[in-house]
Design a protein around this ligand. Structure first.
Ligand SMILES: [Ca+2]
Length: 480
């Protein structure tokens, strides 16, 4: 090697440590891990993900210091099943927690067990929404004690999961006056009414308040003095409670924001287009911690993507939605999906029935749905959106390159016959591997609901946020 080339490599690749042959980190000191989870934040609603209206300086700063994933997904767009797949590395039907307010099968192990075996202390601060407790034995960390948890016992690595209640409904935190309802740009799936615009500014205010919480977590890690050896993750959870978001398999529900900062290991300001899923997070963190691979998980480590050794991961990701058991839900309305980098295939086996949820039937806490229904009586575009949410065809096929909001159904197009058949085959194979029997699985939700409901009872009080204020509005019920 010439001296010039040597110095070139030293400057361009100053600190990229190699991966071992097993894809694990060769690190003497395992990294600390912090995961900050929003609650019902649509993936694209932050500055670094392209929404230039909502103010998210801390999410944007984290993205500038880490890697931003453009194709990360949850397999289900509901709180409890999303969190339980994230913590177990198993998809919802296979781990048992596929309905909302559900529990995993007895004996299921989670990130808490896996990292403890590696010597970590593992804590959670905020919303739980999992069960039974034996599967998720996190140390409970109050917001005021985050600094103590982070700084405790030098020499022992830690993993801290910080789960916010924002921007989940009710949208009561933050400052809506920071946003002008007349100027907000609405997504294509939305009906433009004054009530929708009011809802959007309240939702944006909660996102900005979540961003404040994230900033406080970043500051706590910095103060702990080990930021340089900390994997810091922000992720959005599933989409917001707008039609076509939460409770669906559309991208507005399943697509998630995912940003990973890891000084000296992950290139600052990098963007990854590799398709990853929440079930991949546990295997990735275990590999980063130098732990042995856990056999039988559904997820697969994307450590190579983080380290810049590959820009590919999955060629397809999957979705499952269970309507039975959600508040005001249809008795049976399963939805399944498979998505590639370019197309989405959705199967609605109970398409003959209408879809129903909390919005439809008078419990619209966002305060806008009724305005959509009213306008739909006279406005054709509004009517199509309102009807399309409740009545769907058996098969939906979308070209996401030209139709990111999944509005033009291409199912049955003779030119796409091979693609449609191939995606259906992928979905069938996934369901078989999961033990997922579609309608039959949907009808069995009762056996998977939380035993007492205690683990997942909707929080009766908004917890005091990290170092933040407690407002009069904070004593409210946040339904899940
Ligand atoms: Ca949620």
């Amino acid at each position: 090697m010439t001296r010039g080339l040597f110095y070139f490599l030293l400057v361009v690749f100053p600190c990229w440590a190699p991966l071992s042959a097993r894809g694990q980190e060769e690190t003497a000191v395992p990294p600390d891990i912090v995961i900050v989870l929003a609650d019902d934040q649509t993936w694209s609603d932050s500055g670094c993900y392209g929404n230039k209206q909502v103010k998210t300086p801390n999410i944007d700063r984290l993205a500038a210091e880490g890697m931003r994933f453009t194709r990360a997904f949850t397999a289900t767009a509901m709180c409890a099943p999303t969190r339980q797949q994230l913590y177990t590395g198993l998809f919802p039907v296979r781990n048992g927690a596929y309905p909302n307010h559900s529990k995993v099968k007895a004996g299921t192990r989670s990130i808490v067990h896996f990292l403890r075996e590696r010597g970590y202390r593992v804590g959670l601060s905020g919303k739980k929404h999992f069960g039974p407790p034996a599967s998720f034995p996190f140390e409970k960390v109050s917001r005021g004690k985050m600094g103590e948890f982070i700084g405790r016992k030098k020499g022992q690595p830690y993993c801290l999961v910080v789960t916010s209640h924002s921007p989940h409904l009710p949208w009561s935190e933050g400052d809506p006056s920071a946003y002008d309802p007349g100027k907000v740009k609405l997504p294509a799936r939305f009906v433009d009414t004054p009530q929708t615009r009011q809802a959007m500014v309240k939702y944006y205010a909660e996102i900005t308040d979540f961003d404040r919480e994230l900033g406080e977590c970043m500051a706590a890690v910095k103060e702990g003095g080990r930021e340089e050896n900390t994997i810091f993750i922000y992720t959005s959870e599933q989409g917001a409670q707008f039609p076509g978001g939460k409770w669906t398999c559309y991208d507005m529900g399943l697509h998630v924001a995912l940003v990973v900062r890891w000084p000296r290991k992950v290139r600052p300001g990098s963007v990854a287009d590799a398709m990853v899923q929440y079930v991949d997070v546990v295997p990735t963190l275990l590999a980063a911690a130098g732990a042995a691979e856990v056999k039988g998980l559904d997820g697969k480590s994307f450590l190579g993507v983080l380290r810049g050794t590959t820009d590919e991961h999955h060629d397809a990701v999957f979705g499952v939605h269970t309507t039975r058991g959600i508040i005001n839900g249809s008795p049976c309305y399963p939805v399944r999906s498979v998505r590639t980098a370019t197309h989405k295939y959705i199967w609605n086996p109970k398409y003959t029935e209408p879809f129903r949820n909390i919005l439809i039937g008078g419990r619209d806490k966002g305060g806008y749905w009724n305005s959509w229904v009213e306008l739909a009586k006279t406005d054709d575009k509004a009517r199509k959106i309102v009807e399309g949410y409740q009545r769907r065809p058996e098969v939906e096929l979308y070209d996401l390159r030209t139709d990111p909001f999944e509005q033009k159904n291409l199912a049955g197009d003779p030119l796409l016959e091979d693609l449609e058949r191939s995606l259906r085959g992928r979905l069938d194979a996934w369901m078989l591997q999961q033990g997922d029997k579609g309608i039959e699985t949907e009808l069995r939700v009762k056996a998977h609901k939380s035993v007492s409901g205690q683990e997942q009872k909707p929080e009766k009080e908004r917890k005091k946020k990290a170092g933040g204020r407690k407002k009069a509005s904070s004593t409210v019920l946040k339904a899940s």
